[in-house]
Ligand binder design. Sequence first.
Ligand code: SF4
Length: 745
Amino acid sequence: MKTRRDFIKISALGLGATAVTAGAAKAVLGSSLFGNENENDAETLRRVATYCEVCFWKCAGWAHVTKDGNIKKITGNDDDPQCNGRLCPRGTGGVGMFSDPDRLKTPLMRVTKDGQQTYREASWDEALGFISTKMKDLKAKHGAESMALFFHGSSGNHFSNLMKAYGTTNLAAPSFAQCRGPRDVGFEATFGESVSSPEVTDIRDTKCLVLIGSHIGENMHNGQVQEMSEAIDAGAVIITVDPRLSTAASKSKYWLPIKPSTDIALLLSWIHVLIYDELYNKEYVGKYAEGFEELKNHVKLFTPEWAYGITTLKPDLIRKTAREMANASPSVIIHPGRHAAWYGDDVQRTRAIAILNALLGSWGNRGGIFFKEGIKIPEFPHPDYPKPAWSWKDLLDGKFPLANEAVTNSVIEASYPKEGKEARIKGWIVSGTNLVAAVPLKAELAKAMQSLELLVVVDTMPMEITGFADVVLPECTYLERYDDIRATAHREPTLCLRMPAVEPLNQTKPAWWIAKQLGERLGLGAYFNYKDYSEVLDWQLKQVGSSLEEMQRIGVKKSPRKTSPYIETGTDHQFKTASGKIQLYSHELAEAGFDAMPVFTQHPEPQEGFYRLIYGRAPMHTFSRTANNPNLVALMPENSVWINPQVAKIWGIKKDQYVWLKNQDGAISNFSVKVRLTERIRWDSVYIVHGFGHHHKPLRFAYGRGVNDTELITNVMMDPIMGGTGMRGNFITFLKEDPRKEIES
Ligand code: SF4
């Protein structure tokens, strides 16, 4: 059936021929991925400052470039406190993003030829001219607010500026609703601020680290992994709560193999023990928190015995671990996690984590959670942005009152007509996020993509989302461009530069250039008053006592702190809440009509023969982003499904057998997946690493390898507080035969 916007396979265009130089390919494929510098390298290689974009920890490094202009390797910058001179395997393999032969190479425009939709190559001038004409048209017909941006990664800043200058603030980062949003809102409701990224956890000096579904080590956030290793060496107690014996759990003193979906019950029982066994930090709570009596009454009945029946964790273990935390107080961290969108009550779960930290006196104490400090980079001068007539908040119809960023699914739902009402969003720019794999509620996404009047995708790779675009713009990789200064606030104020190590390959361009070109064509040139982004960076750096020349030389510049990272003895610290006190009882939540303190809710159980689907990360990949990176594919080509041997026995499933997965709603995985039999997972759950199972053939290294968990996530539990999309309420069963054979016959 023909649709308004058919999915187009970019491979059909004959663009497969690689334009990567022979030298570049040899440099990547012929050199050791983690190879040590050849003794002569130091003399022959030019090193160029960068920070990594393979994940969002943004470690600072050096790209080492050969005389003939190819990138031989990337190493860490010794002065960067986020990596301490060491990159993780993915960061080291980042050069594969540059050399990937499947990269997008030239702008593409959708055309209809012989009744078939296809892409044809276009010049930048033609592609940008088409987009700007459409955007002017949309603005005239529906207002600038009818455009939305979806973004992930550094390029998003450039397109956000463009969209604000154009007149819309509908800027949606899927990472808010799909990942970190519930955690951020839960901590803000308790402490008045979030734990940021990189997290302000003082793992290096902690005496006790509690991980709840947070698999540091498989999730390779560099500095955090290094600090956890140091803490273990220094004798810190690690407590890991996870239905799976993760790498972190295997390094822990205590592994609590909790029944999935029952974490709030465990957290409430820990709070109960700390209060009723008088183990909490009385001085800290008395001085800095409010709502203690309400909390005490609230958790009165939530004993470890009560939690045992829910979590399957023995009361003795719950008490013992609570005591370990109290013994370490205040040098203890109940880790806030990162991907927190699980069951739709996630703000309340992260509130419970925040409350535990508060009872133990963590925030503001060494070995707990420190106060961050950073250097504020001033904005390059530009006219004021116009004030939009409406924004993403108006799309929520009063739902999700504590959402403080655009909720991706609400923006998607506003992009197709519903209940006789016209869609409010008419055009999208999608930068660096493969929405097809990143967001749940695929039917809504499909409807939106069929309704839009303009869909522009900017990416380095032919991800699935590119097949739906009207125009595909090929962006160069992080190794070929300038981006904004990294000035993340953390333990030490630090500046870090990313600059081009080599010229962009093929017709690819940096995001700042694309945004500026579009801005000028839209009559918004005053917002892009520079020739090259290096001018912006030099101006900004000079305002904060550095310069582009200095940063090109050193890559990273650290400054001494002006304030203490911890509460100083004798001072009266004010938290950033309305009252200045930590909110054990949240007036904000109560006023918005929600529980002021976390409550445990029973979640649905799987039907017989189904198992809860849990998913996570591997050290070599960052979800879809790295799935086609030849270097990282060589390390881990596909995911596998972890199944407990008892379950496999019932099903007659063998080790390394390939099976298809089917969920509770009948959704079947596109591809089959290899079985990993392991006692390291509870019998009631299965686990897969996220980011595999691509079905777009132009991704030659990723196509058909493993399964995509998001195909099996059809039940999404929205967090009523901020719109988080809880994705852990899905159950799968196994198909041992190819289900498509049946469909075909
Ligand atoms: S943790 Fe690894 S992938 Fe992430 S930014 Fe650092 S080096 Fe890159």
